[in-house]
Design a protein around this ligand. Sequence first.
Ligand SMILES: *[C@@H]1O[C@H](CO)[C@@H](O)[C@H](O)[C@H]1NC(C)=O
Ligand SMILES: *[C@@H]1O[C@H](CO)[C@@H](O)[C@H](O)[C@H]1NC(C)=O
Ligand SMILES: *[C@@H]1O[C@H](CO)[C@@H](O)[C@H](O)[C@H]1NC(C)=O
Length: 417
Amino acid sequence: MYPRVGLGIAFLSILVVACSSRSHRTKVFNVKTYGATGNSRADMNSKAFLKAWTESCKWSGKSSVLIPKGTYHLGSIVLKGPCNGRKEFVIKGMLRSPNQPSTFFIDHWITFQNINNLRIHGGGTLDGQGASAWPYNKCKTGSCKPLPVITERSATVVFNYFKFWNDQQSLRLDFVNDSEISNIKSLNSKNFHFNLFACNRVNIRQVTLSAPADSPNTDGIHVSSSGNINIDKSVISTGDDCVSIGPGNRDIHITNTFCGPGHGISVGSMGKSGTKEDVTSISVVNCTFRGTLNGVQIKTWPEPTAAGGFASNFTYDNILMENVDNPIFINQQYCPFNLCNPQGSSKIQISNILFRNIWGTSTTKDAVKLKCSKSNPCHNIALENINLIGPGGVASSSCSNVHGRSLGRQKPPSCLS
Ligand SMILES: *[C@@H]1O[C@H](CO)[C@@H](O)[C@H](O)[C@H]1NC(C)=O
Ligand SMILES: *[C@@H]1O[C@H](CO)[C@@H](O)[C@H](O)[C@H]1NC(C)=O
Ligand SMILES: *[C@@H]1O[C@H](CO)[C@@H](O)[C@H](O)[C@H]1NC(C)=O
């Protein structure tokens, strides 16, 4: 009796093992099989990448698109879902974006759209070749080079200053859930390095984003209308915000991340539009800022006709600032290029913000600036264990329209009671 039952169980186990190992195998779609080569033109490689993606996406079960080592010129592409099962995009090689202005009109280089369970990794690099595009980025200040529009028929060059400025982001995720980006590099993006829109439960870890300190609009990671996004163990050196958290976000957590050079980690800007904008449950923990314009910042426009909204429940904890211009900054008078009425008052309500264990050096005397809205003063702002040293050992804090408290050590002396 017993041996037979034992045999039956053994046979069953073999079946189970065989089936599970089969379902764990990843079917690989190598872009080279689809015609991608190091010597091919960008548009040829784009076709190959798209074909490999389409096949992988259709494959029922786990599959990956593989980009082996090597350099590949690649034009703008949109990789769309929904797909069947878990998908990987494994970048081992170097992808290089075009540097001809005629390709700059499109707002993305590589977009993933409408996908669940995607993993992008592989140790490779996205080279945005931004230097070719940065002269076209500064239109809002009126000092950009206009993009030439070559019409098909006459080849006449038409200039359109405001509509067609370069906003080409290197990696865009739109409507992507339950996914991960890890171990990849982004170099010299034309505009943002990464842009996440309407994404949920996405982990970004061990990514390295770099562009020169003076490259315009090269935000590291911009997130909007998204939830449950974690950014961990990353190094961001760029020309604009290392991370910018736009309207419509909740549960965005940034840990163990280095920022510098760059403009810091910012929430906003908010409060300029006619639709209600909220941001809630944000944390920045165990991070270092070196040589940045701002450290942790919340910025809202003094726009009294905006629909308003709230920014609440933020925690900034255990943060080292090294030579940062504005280490702690709430700015409800955010008004770049004077595009607002400076007498106006922001309609964004800021509340429940904790700044704890923040230490290091400030390059300006004003190490702590809490400039809140006259019509909507900040509530429940807490400063706890702050140790920031300004130039010559001197630093100060300034408060306007803030209600809150301070605890523990306060250097500079707190402007909160
Ligand atoms: C991702 O989640 C959002 C919100 O739950 C949902 O609207 C969207 O359709 C999801 N995306 C996909 C690809 O399923
Ligand atoms: C931050 O660092 C502290 C001390 O090293 C550690 O105990 C804590 O778990 C870290 N938190 C996160 C979210 O990584
Ligand atoms: C903010 O946190 C408080 C206390 O934890 C909680 O009651 C409240 O619902 C949170 N607000 C939002 C908008 O998540």
